[in-house]
Write a protein that binds this ligand. Structure first.
Ligand code: FNR
Length: 386
């Protein structure tokens, strides 16, 4: 399988799967416990059916959107994903460069494998920095100050990870970060010699969240450990307020699904919300994000833009999110599979696929501009609560 043969996100996933040792692929692909939420995020988009309009002139289709008064080539931002460099060396920069090419924002994760400054230098564009609330507030504040100095447009605070999710594929594979060869994975690595050689020959990346820690500490910190000891389970609204006071630019809260949380978060003065369940990697059996979206939109009542992520694998999924009232989406695994399969070209491909499918869906639904997409093209199957 070659990147040029990948005509869908599903094919890019297959490409990534064919390149990576099983345990490494599972880390990116998997979710928490029984993966009910992981799968339901995708199923929710399939359950929602379209009711297209016809006999409208759809010869000109326009995918351009706007968020925070700035242009976007697509109604998509690349969402934060950690540990990318363990699958494709330099993958964070590839993601950021491809996002800039498509005129969309890129979000650098706290657990990314490139530094805040490296991304700003090598992939100039609209940059967002995603922060987890670290227990060590001095280190957290230093990261935020660096993002400000490097010109990042927005700070994304992820609030659905007070503790790490129980990811059973990782437990089964015995995978930790930084990766070490062990009896359980050596066979998997030998089966993927191209990836293994590349990983051995190039310097291992270091996560911004671990930068500034003693090397001894970093070595002892695996992914479960990062979540267990590094993140702050005591994080609350007061801590969010402190971040609001510190960060002068756009502040986005990611990981909201319950409408009861909305008022208190908006009172802090945030600029946008992301309906997200961390791609089903945290709480399992939580509601699919598309199913959570209408409740959040109702509670927000147009006060701020609402974005959504989780399960977006098709341009029509982006279309459905917009039809329900979202202002845009974050891509998670869709662009991640692209980078893991083929680096920059893979991400470019993923964004091209999503844009092409979105444009075609808009034409087939008789809504050639984003502003025309609304609930009038959604079918309400019996039993649906939309
Ligand atoms: C993530 N996600 C995530 N979110 C975040 O705020 N900070 C992070 O470091 C990460 N890391 C991360 C790694 C991997 C491998 C995955 C798959 C996901 C969650 C991510 O931003 C997003 O919410 C989900 O990926 C969306 O779901 P889909 O589109 O992947 O189904």
């Amino acid at each position: 399988l070659n990147v040029n043969d990948c005509f869908s996100i599903a094919r890019l996933r297959e490409l990534a799967r064919s390149r990576l040792p099983r345990g490494v692929f599972d880390f990116y692909d998997g979710g928490a416990e029984d993966e009910v939420t992981l799968n339901d995020n995708c199923e929710a988009f399939r359950r929602l059916r379209l009711l297209p309009r016809v006999l409208r002139d759809v010869s000109q289709v326009d995918l351009s959107a706007s968020l925070f008064d700035a242009f976007m080539g697509l109604p998509i931002a690349v969402g934060p994903t950690g540990a990318v460099g363990f699958g494709w060396r330099g993958g964070d920069i590839d993601l950021a460069r491809a996002a800039a090419k498509h005129g969309i924002p890129y979000t650098l994760s706290t657990s990314a494998t490139a530094s805040i400054e490296e991304i700003a230098d090598q992939a100039p564009g609209r940059l967002w920095f995603q922060a987890y609330i670290l227990q060590d507030k001095t280190r957290l504040n230093a990261l935020i100050d660096r993002a400000e100095a490097a010109g990042y447009e927005a700070l994304v605070i992820t609030v659905d990870l007070p503790v790490g999710g129980k990811r059973e594929r990782d437990l089964l594979n015995g995978l930790g970060f930084p990766m070490k060869l062990g009896y359980r994975n050596v066979g998997q690595f030998v089966r993927k010699p191209v990836w293994s050689l590349e990983m051995l020959l190039k310097k291992p990346p270091i996560m911004p969240s671990l930068q500034g820690m003693a090397k001894r500490q970093v070595d002892r910190t695996n992914m479960q450990g990062v979540a267990g000891t590094n993140y702050d389970p005591a994080f609350d609204l007061a801590a969010l307020r402190a971040l609001r006071d510190r960060w002068p630019r756009r502040l986005i809260v990611k990981g909201v699904v319950n409408p009861l949380d909305v008022d208190a978060i908006l009172d802090v003065g945030v600029d946008a919300l992301v309906v997200s369940n961390h791609g089903g990697r945290q709480l399992d059996t939580g509601l699919a994000t598309l199913d959570a979206l209408p409740g959040i939109l109702q509670a927000v009542n147009h006060r701020v833009p609402v974005l959504i992520d989780g399960g977006i694998r098709r341009g029509s999924d982006v279309f459905k999110a917009l039809a329900l009232g979202a202002s845009g989406v974050l891509s998670g695994r869709a662009t991640l599979f692209g980078v893991l399969g083929a680096g920059y070209e893979g991400v470019d491909r993923a964004l091209t696929i999503l844009g092409d499918e979105l444009g075609r869906t808009m034409q087939l639904c008789g809504t050639p501009t984003l502003a025309q997409i609304d609930a009038s093209v959604l079918a309400r199957p019996p039993g649906s609560h939309f």
